[in-house]
Unconditional design. Structure first.
Length: 502
């Protein structure tokens, strides 16, 4: 299983690009900016605003002299439940101190006070009120424009090349062909393949599926972090920082039932169990007011979104539900973003550097994109001397005439019902059987962009279900009701490769 769309590049206009960065979040923009500063001319391919823009809480880093990168490392390891890759984790906490200076010189102005979030032993989360991601995105985008980095609006469809990247196809209303020497995937995660999610649904995880079709390995796909506090029946996330400032999680009786600053997986499961009992759960922000905090000033984005939806957090608790938030696994890469395919790199949420282990510590993800985007740029700078341009042409022809027997919404319901906060053997097997049944005969699907998207999202879901079934234990965000404890034999990473299952 490799190519899906019908095309013949010998009949298409061709353009050559040394480095194509696919995605415009913090990982992709940092990679592009550093390449430009190194004298390389990158091109950014983006289908629009992604998750970085919507990040509320902040970026964690041990800059305070009273804090230390080692303490940051220990907190991350504690959350990661024995699966953090120590080499890359040390890089994150140490080099993060340097890279934060880059963010500041690129124009990000953080608040003077840092905040404490769940799992951290020190208030090391740097923020810009409750729109940190938007502030970072805006500053980096302004720098992209200042440095005149070329930006293409479109969506990646196919990666071309046998054993190495030789080109790509993208779509902006019609199909285009680019010859590329190196490709950086910075396309975000796959949490939107769940029915309840905090993600924009357009951030679908289909680029991970494209990589799977090139037989790349996906690591730790079973680890999907569910955010505890998303407003019921919406994708409005209420930042961890709100609990860090003193908000309570309560049931319909107004009683607290969980330590709000425990790691997210523990808080999310506690809420989920209450909801399964038929109870209601709320986030009560009124304790912040008693502490003299003005909600509109401290959390302007959250406050405005809540008021627009008819909630008044100054007077009443807000109903919440856990929702899929962060895809911890991803394309397996080394500490410089390199995948197993020559010329293909990955950074940010679509990549797996191993720093998060089995559970992402709050606000480590923006730092990951920053640190490893920087390192990936430096690796590409050197690798370009060895990556040669291709003269090859590519074509694919399928006589597909059928529509898929299911939709993206069917995938989202399947994943929520069978691979959500609590999982068990029979349910996972049922979901896998159903998904494999849906995928039978994909070769007969019409070769449209929409069907390509569905196929690649399905492959990402297949990886998540397969790894969740394999991991017969509970660890971090992966909870098996039939194996509720950690098991030493599973203190290792899961790996999924498409040719082993389809």
């Amino acid at each position: 299983m490799e190519l899906f769309l019908n095309f013949n590049t010998s009949l298409m206009p061709c353009e050559e690009v040394s480095v194509l960065v696919c995605g415009s979040g913090i990982g992709g923009l940092t990679t592009a900016l550093m390449l430009k500063e190194l004298g390389v001319e990158p091109v950014i391919l983006t289908r629009g605003i992604g998750n970085t823009y919507y990040s509320q809480g902040g970026i964690a880093c041990a800059l305070d002299p009273k804090d230390s990168p080692y303490l940051h490392l220990l907190d991350t390891q504690r959350a990661g439940r024995g699966l953090c890759r120590e080499e890359t984790l040390r890089i994150l906490v140490d080099e993060g101190v340097q890279r934060m200076a880059d963010l500041i010189r690129w124009g990000v102005v953080f608040d003077e006070e840092t905040t404490l979030e769940g799992g951290h032993s020190f208030p090391r989360v740097y923020k810009v009120k409750d729109y940190t991601g938007r502030a970072i995105y805006t500053a980096l985008w302004r720098k992209v424009e200042e440095l005149k980095i070329r930006v293409i609006r479109g969506e990646l469809q196919e990666i071309l090349g046998d054993g190495k990247v030789e080109g790509i196809l993208y779509y902006d209303g019609e199909l285009h062909f680019l010859r590329v020497r190196s490709l950086v995937l910075a396309t975000g995660g796959a949490a939107s393949m769940f029915l309840h999610t905090s993600n924009p649904v357009k951030v679908r995880g289909d680029a991970i599926g494209i990589a799977l079709r090139k037989t790349l390995e996906v690591e730790n796909a079973e680890f999907v972090q569910f955010h505890p506090t998303v407003v019921k029946d919406t994708n409005i996330l209420i930042s961890e920082a709100v609990r860090g400032e003193g908000a309570y999680i309560v049931d319909e009786r107004g009683e607290r039932f969980v330590d709000e600053l425990k790691p997210r997986d523990e808080v999310a499961r506690a809420i989920y169990r209450k909801l399964k009992e038929g109870r209601q759960v709320f986030l009560d922000m009124r304790p912040l007011i008693k502490r003299g905090i003005n909600l509109g000033d401290r959390f302007p984005t959250i406050y405005q979104m809540l008021r627009e939806r008819g909630f008044d957090p100054e007077r009443e608790p807000v109903p919440i539900t856990p929702s899929a938030h962060y895809f911890i696994g991803g394309i397996r890469v080394d500490s410089y973003g390199r995948s197993s395919m020559e010329g293909l790199y990955a950074v940010g949420e679509c990549a797996c550097t191993g720093i998060h282990g089995a559970n992402r510590l709050a606000s480590n993800s923006l730092l990951e994109g920053l640190v490893f985007g920087y390192r990936t740029a430096y690796r590409i700078f050197h690798d370009l001397a060895y990556l040669k341009s291709s003269r090859a042409n590519f074509k694919n022809k399928r006589e597909g005439s059928e529509e898929p027997p299911y939709s993206f919404e069917d995938i989202r319901r399947l994943m929520w019902n069978h691979c959500g906060l609590e999982r068990e053997e029979g349910s996972l097997k049922e979901a896998l059987d159903k998904l494999r049944g849906w995928l039978e005969g994909w070769q007969n699907w019409k070769p449209t962009v929409e069907n390509r998207q569905l196929l690649d999202i399905s492959l990402t879901a297949l990886a998540t279900l397969s790894c969740a079934l394999w991991r017969r234990e509970s660890r971090g965000v992966h909870y098996r009701a039939d194996y509720p404890y950690e098991r030493e034999e599973y203190r290792r990473d899961s790996l999924f490769k498409l040719n082993s299952v389809l």
